[in-house]
Design a protein around this ligand. Sequence first.
Ligand code: ZN
Length: 187
Amino acid sequence: MNVKRVEALVRQLLIELGEDPERDGLVKTPARVAQSWKFLTEGYRQSARRVINGAIFKAESSNLIIARDIEVYSMCEHHMLPFFGRCHIGYIPRDRVLGVSKLARIADVYARRLQIQERMTEQIAREVRKATDAEGVGVVMECRHLCMMMRGVEKQNSVMTTSSVLGSFHANAATRAEFMNLALRKA
Ligand code: ZN
């Protein structure tokens, strides 16, 4: 991403909105917005493989592992407005497990780009499966979308829930139900 070019675009946007980009409060805004977008879209310049960085461990366990309430912040690709919420990731390993913090890092790689919640849920599930060769993976996301809350239908309290289940989570109803129950249980 070319930061200087993004700054120029933001300055142009301010003018189009009817603002004066030279006034005190706005002089540094293009630079701040460019840095902010750089961070919020870092996922384009990262890969899950790189953030996992070899933190995959041998384990004989074939029990359900679940990480709940991973915070996610992303930007909707239809309106370039934030959506944010929680992500729950579960998997049943064959012989490899991921370091706990790595699940959150994988979520960030896919959150930090223009997204739709459905695709992001699916991408995280596939990535966890790829990294661990787990026999089953499930991901549930519960997010609020500012594009719905601030504009459009203005549904202020609606939470969108999406899920993606792979392998035994897909094939086996009991496994899927156990995961969904644990993931969506209110703390
Ligand atoms: Zn949107």
